[in-house]
Design a protein around this ligand. Structure first.
Ligand SMILES: C[S@@+](CC[C@H](N)C(=O)[O-])C[C@H]1O[C@@H](n2cnc3c(N)ncnc32)[C@H](O)[C@@H]1O
Length: 245
């Protein structure tokens, strides 16, 4: 494998066109060491969205419940959940089958040949994820759940302080993530959704996350807390998660 520093930012123009976006942590933000590990990890999250995710995770961790991410990839965003979990004495959980999303497969825009296991001939981001966490010194604060998100969600009953949805971008996958994990967000806990692009011309990988975000708001169970580019933070303020149930 080549150098570990190979960051793919999904929509660099979004950050470039917004000069007021934060590029350094505020009080209670990640340390310089954690930020360096985040910047060095392969992944798709720009810094300003990462800082917003860290702030949400830090707040949610005060509930004393686990923080869960759907979509580990190589661990870039996991570092931020793990750091917030470490500070609060809770655990970060991260779910991924590690075979990559549709747009990350060979021949697609977000494919990274370094993520392919040459023996099996399929993507396998688990080794890179483990290296990322090891380098960040955060292994003790993360439990990796390797498998398909709906399959794991079906057997998961523990309430969660935060659910961060950053998995597959088809309607099928994004809706399954919402249906599987949103019901587990505790009262006062946070639901965070990445890659929410209301304008079709801004989206790079489809608008399914935007539709899931609208679905969460329409449920009446979640109230918007913050918007940082494509990262939306919602708080559970009522029970339920779907107006159709
Ligand atoms: C956009 S990447 C996650 C990026 C990561 N959060 C970061 O900050 O770099 C999406 C990940 O979701 C995983 N994924 C997609 N569909 C999934 C599913 N149904 N179950 C589990 N993992 C899935 C893919 O393997 C991929 O690693």
């Amino acid at each position: 494998m080549g150098p570990s520093v190979c960051t793919t930012e999904r929509n660099p123009m979004a950050a470039a066109s917004s000069p007021e976006l934060p590029t350094a942590p505020g009080p209670g933000g990640p340390s310089s060491g954690v930020l360096a590990a985040f910047e060095a990890a392969k992944g798709f999250m720009p810094l300003h969205e990462g800082l917003a995710l860290h702030a949400a995770a830090t707040e949610a961790a005060r509930l004393g419940l686990p923080l869960l991410e759907v979509g580990t990839y190589c661990g870039r965003s996991t570092i931020l959940l793990a750091d917030a979990a470490r500070a609060a004495g809770v655990t970060a959980l991260t779910v991924d089958h590690h075979r990559g999303s549709e747009e990350q497969q060979p021949g697609w825009e977000y494919h990274d040949p370094e993520t392919v296991d040459p023996e099996v001939g399929l993507m396998d981001t688990l080794p890179a994820f483990r290296r990322t966490l090891h380098r960040a010194g955060l292994e003790d604060h993360v439990v990796a759940l390797v498998g398909r998100s709906p399959q794991i969600a079906r057997i998961w009953n523990t309430p969660l302080g935060l659910v961060f949805i950053d998995g597959g971008h088809t309607d099928e996958h994004a809706n399954a993530d919402y249906e599987g994990w949103a019901p587990r967000v505790a009262h006062g806990g946070l639901l965070v959704i990445h890659d929410v692009f209301p304008a079709p011309e801004d989206e790079f990988t489809g608008q399914a996350p935007y539709r899931v975000y609208l679905r969460a708001l329409a449920s009446g169970a979640f109230t918007e807390v913050s918007v940082t580019d494509s990262l939306r933070v919602l708080r559970r303020t009522r029970t339920g998660s779907d107006p159709r149930r």
